[in-house]
Design a protein around this ligand. Sequence first.
Ligand SMILES: [Fe+2]
Length: 421
Amino acid sequence: MQEQQQQKLIHTFSALADIGQEVAHKNNFQEMIQTSLHLLLGSLAIMRGGVARYSKFGHELNFLAVRGLGDDFPLSASLEMSDEREFLNTGMSDIELSQAKMLAFFQRYQKVLDRKRIEMIMPLIVRDQLVGIVFLGEKATGEPFTKEDKAVIQAMARHIGVGIHQRNLMAELNRRAEENRQLYEGMRMTYKDTVRAFATAIDCKDKYTEGHSVRVGRYSEIIAEELEWKEEEIEGVAVAGYLHDVGKLTVEKTIINAPYRINAKESKELNKHPGVGYEILLPIQHPYADVPLAAKYHHERLDGRGYPDGLKDNEIPYIAKIVSLADSFDAMTTDRPYKRRRPFNEVIEDMHRNAGTQFAPELVRAFCSGILKEVTGENKSRRFRRLLGPEYMEAEGLEMSLKDALNGMNATKPLTLIASG
Ligand SMILES: [Fe+2]
């Protein structure tokens, strides 16, 4: 007899250990609950039972696992607030159905519980919350549950309860993470839309260079892509391109739209736009830190002959070098009131010639390599064709100029990454 009891005890302990393992290691929640129920029923030779999870919001019990209860057992049951309170009052101890008839829940479900010969239930309570209920039928021997049996059931039920609670926490965490992601995505879209709207507003002021800011945004983006920058950095550079001329909003329209070469005084006025742009952009919380710097320094040159500060090579923020190249490229490839755009191959030759004095050589290289990929068909996105028109891409000697430029420059300089955040 003693040996039999010892065997039973060992069996129970190993089942308990198994449940612990299940809860800790199983990724599949449903499977974990099912195995736990089987272990619980098996260790005490209980004929039938089920594990239900309580949904506080829906006020319902949903069965996650059932065994031996037949096809007509309802897998969902409503649980009133008052039921919840009573279960919480009872705590995590067994309730034998014969003694529980006064509970409202039993009165509602008495018929089916009787029919299915459910003998005992145990509320699963974790951190003062009802997370579910275990339903159990009678033992195979027909004997009543002993005190030890009940202790085993309680211990196993505790494991199952923790498993359900963990799952609830995970679900809540995922829900919040998704909510945050959507909020962030929404803000990012709003920011992008605002930036584009601003670019269009800047471009409206200058009737001769329609779409300039938008194109500079795109070219800057392409250069950053060719440099294989991270997604948020590419976005940052694009934004810098879109907004680089925002300072022009404060410059007289007559100066911007002058159909002749402007005089020194007008030029001085126009040359204030980088500084003004910087002032406008600085107080805004950009997702990318260097956007105001791009506005301020997009007219600087590597040789120090640019404006407003005459900065030299390493003193110029990297993002401004990119926008500067994109800006000049657009100026050369679009018609102006006093001059028509130059053939594509000449523009490439110009960039090649001025690499090292006006433009950063590694950027000219990245840009040319991006154009060449489209000319040779390696890149099928047609991004340059769309921005420049298909006939412009047919310029004679374009491929040659691109290859010359690429062979004539070595991009050995380490790249400085922009700060994002
Ligand atoms: Fe500008």
